[in-house]
Design a protein around this ligand. Structure first.
Ligand SMILES: NC(=O)c1ccc[n+]([C@@H]2O[C@H](COP(=O)([O-])OP(=O)(O)OC[C@H]3O[C@@H](n4cnc5c(N)ncnc54)[C@H](O)[C@@H]3O)[C@@H](O)[C@H]2O)c1
Ligand SMILES: O=C(O)C(=O)C[C@@H](O)[C@H](O)[C@H](O)COP(=O)(O)O
Ligand SMILES: [Zn+2]
Length: 380
């Protein structure tokens, strides 16, 4: 048994409360951690091809009646087709409502598996074992589950909480730098939306997080999970403050749609560019001082995050971006809701965005950056 430090963060949701266990050497003890949360021995592990290859032999499932299903890598797996494959595997394994489906992988596996859990026999038990930085700090926590449809990102899904989250820091040692940076974007989000002191910490420690420093990563995961757990506990179904977690996402999801959900633009990359847009738009509206945007840009440069310039080829069609934003789940009465900022550490929910103003901003982006091959996101 490892003596290395281990944190536990509680997501307080009454009888659906659960713990996020953050530590090292957890996969090798997975059965021990999971067993108290199981009502039966039968589990189905959902993973993707990469994670399955790396971790199938490393996760300890001793004593459990475990079956596996593997989906292809990439955003295209958040689909009805892969949902059907996962559900078929659950039926084939003879699962009942009290049996447990386990997501072993990044946010794509987690979102798909959680949605399968929510609909299988009207809801079965569900455990998250996130293996990307993004999934450990964000997607495995809070119960948003979804697949994508042609109309847009995450538009078919459910709020459905896991009973346990096991975040093993050791899994991150195999993560490519690009995926670490994509996860870092969601960590940065917590500083930007409501925690200037955390942003200050990231200014000093962000490069270490991206560089793979285990202590820095553990601290960043802990603070991120604490923040997300607090926000979710206060507003599970995004009727108010939870929408702050969507900072950068209204723009970001539109960019992902324009990129065709291809590997050219990862979710975390779209979010970092989207957060820069949210601050830039806030400055343009006179809601935020330009020095805040400058500070964000300086940090994004230092940590080499994807920014507006990098997504230039996706900015050439402002009307298309606007129509993607029209499908956003935060919208009310036909008007777009955006998460904007007053300063670093203070974001707010802006309902009823004036359409013409947003359209003009997107047109400005198209003229200023659009179509120029300044960045590395390729035109597909
Ligand atoms: N539900 C939520 O609250 C929430 C929050 C944030 C993001 N998301 C969703 O999460 C998805 C993005 O998740 P992601 O960034 O984890 O992407 P991902 O699941 O595609 O994982 C990124 C890549 O890393 C690989 N990988 C995973 N773990 C690995 C490991 N330990 N070692 C080596 N390679 C590994 C995967 O195979 C994949 O190629 C998006 O669909 C996004 O919409 C959901
Ligand atoms: O948990 C939340 O709430 C979030 O918004 C977290 C986001 O990082 C995540 O990408 C989420 O899936 C986006 O939610 P959506 O409702 O815009 O699909
Ligand atoms: Zn996100």
């Amino acid at each position: 048994m490892s003596k290395k430090p281990q944190h536990s963060v509680r997501v307080d949701l009454g009888d659906r409360s659960y713990d996020i266990i953050i530590g090292q050497n957890l996969l090798s003890r997975a059965a021990d951690f999971m067993t108290p949360h199981l009502a039966s021995k039968k589990v189905l592990i959902v993973t993707d091809e990469t994670v399955g290859t790396l971790y199938r032999d490393k996760i300890n499932l001793n004593g459990l009646d475990a079956a596996w299903v593997t989906v292809p890598v990439g955003e295209a797996s958040k689909s009805f087709a892969q949902l059907q494959i996962v559900l078929d595997a659950m039926f084939t394994h003879g699962m009942e409502r009290n049996d447990t489906i386990v997501a072993l992988g990044g946010g794509i596996v987690g979102d798909l598996t959680g949605f399968a859990a929510s609909v299988f026999k009207r809801g079965c038990r569900f455990i998250q074992i996130p293996t990307t930085l993004l999934a450990q700090v964000d997607s495995a926590v809070g119960g948003k589950t979804a697949i994508n449809v042609p109309q847009g990102k995450n538009l078919v899904g459910a709020f459905y909480q896991p009973t346990l989250v096991l975040a093993d820091m050791d899994a991150l040692s195999t993560l490519p730098l690009r995926a670490l940076k994509a996860g870092y974007a969601e960590i940065l989000k917590y500083g930007l939306l409501g925690d200037a002191a955390f942003f200050a910490w990231l200014k000093d420690n962000g490069p270490a997080v991206i560089g793979g420093d285990k202590d820095a990563i553990a601290q960043a995961v802990k603070v991120s999970c604490e923040t997300k757990a607090r926000i979710v506990a206060g507003d599970e179904r995004e009727r108010g403050q939870r929408a702050l977690l969507n900072l950068g996402h209204t723009f970001g999801h539109a960019l992902e749609a324009e990129a065709g959900y291809s590997g050219d633009l990862l979710h975390g990359e779209a979010v970092s560019a989207g957060m820069e847009m949210a601050f830039d738009f806030s400055v343009a509206l006179g809601l935020c001082h330009s020095r805040e945007l400058d500070a964000l840009r300086a940090h994004m440069k230092k940590t080499q995050l994807v920014g507006i310039k990098d997504v230039a080829p996706l900015l050439g069609k402002p009307d298309a971006l606007l129509s993607h934003m029209d499908q956003d789940k935060k919208n009310e009465n036909g008007a777009i809701t955006l998460i904007l900022a007053r300063r670093i550490g203070e974001a707010f929910v802006q309902k009823n965005t004036i359409r013409e103003t947003l359209s003009n901003y997107l047109k400005y982006l198209a003229v200023e950056y659009g179509g120029e091959p300044q960045g590395r996101i390729s035109r597909s």
